[in-house]
Ligand binder design. Structure first.
Ligand code: ZN
Length: 254
């Protein structure tokens, strides 16, 4: 098997295992439950889960989408987030390669994916997410700048390029939540300028598409819609492809 594909497959499987843990975080962080030592349990009957119940995707399918103990249906969200994490890890591996030199950026990409997926799941469930996620991304950014010897100035410009205008809009219209602004400040420090602009543009496009779908379904314009997942997807795609997207965009002007 081609070594690149083998690495991507490894990354996918590793990602589904991490994704299974992210499901636990998404469930426990908003409920202020201990997520380090507490054992996994069925959210319906609270029966502790065995290792056999926790194999990503496989357990969900082999158990017929039901809890082994109380037979309550298991949400499709669990395997979906496992697959999503697996795919996001595999894409990072394919994008940044498998040499030893690439390892720091691959690990940074995997960590970023895990943080973004967790905050998206929590934002979908509760319409808010903790500043801890943005702090984690800011720390990741500092690690990335040190490890890759990145240009500090452009990372600092990135931290303010989107977050400051968002803060202005929020103060004038209340259009953005504080958590979204802090997320874009931290992501800007990681992605740098101008890549953070790509992340924001993508987030706005994805958010607009969902807003149009909600309006067409007859929801009012005031329906609450979490913006975090859209920004998170924009940040992830910009981390992978911002230079390519900017090149593609500029090609229209030559
Ligand atoms: Zn159960």
């Amino acid at each position: 098997m081609n070594p690149t594909l083998l690495f991507a497959l490894f990354a996918f499987i590793f990602g589904t295992i991490i994704g299974s843990f992210l499901n636990v975080l998404i469930y426990r962080i908003p409920r202020k439950l201990n997520f380090v030592t507490g054992r996994s349990m069925c959210p319906h009957c609270e029966h502790p889960l065995s290792a056999l119940d926790l194999i990503p995707i496989v357990s969900f399918l082999s158990l017929g989408r039901k809890c082994r103990y109380c037979h309550a249906p298991i949400s499709w969200r669990y395997p979906a987030f496992e697959i999503l994490t697996g795919l996001s890890f595999a894409l990072v591996a394919l994008r940044f390669g498998l040499s030893v030199d690439d390892l720091p950026i691959v690990i940074i990409g995997w960590t970023l994916s895990a943080i973004l997926i967790t905050l998206s799941g929590i934002d979908l469930d509760t319409m808010e997410f903790d500043d801890g996620f943005s702090i984690a991304i800011a720390l990741l950014a500092i690690a990335a700048i040190v490890l890759t010897n990145g240009p500090v100035t452009w990372h600092l410009v990135g931290a303010f390029a989107v977050s400051l205008p968002m803060l202005g809009i929020a103060l004038l219209t209340g259009g953005f939540g504080g958590a979204d602004i802090k997320l874009m400040a931290a992501a800007g420090l990681l992605l740098g300028f101008p890549n953070i602009l790509v992340a924001f543009m993508l987030g706005i496009i994805f958010g607009s598409i969902q807003a149009i779908i909600l309006l067409r379904q007859g929801k009012s314009g005031k329906t609450m819609m979490p913006f975090g997942p859209h920004l998170a997807l924009g940040i992830y795609l910009a981390f992978l492809y911002a230079p390519l997207i900017i090149q593609w965009y500029l090609s229209f002007f030559n």
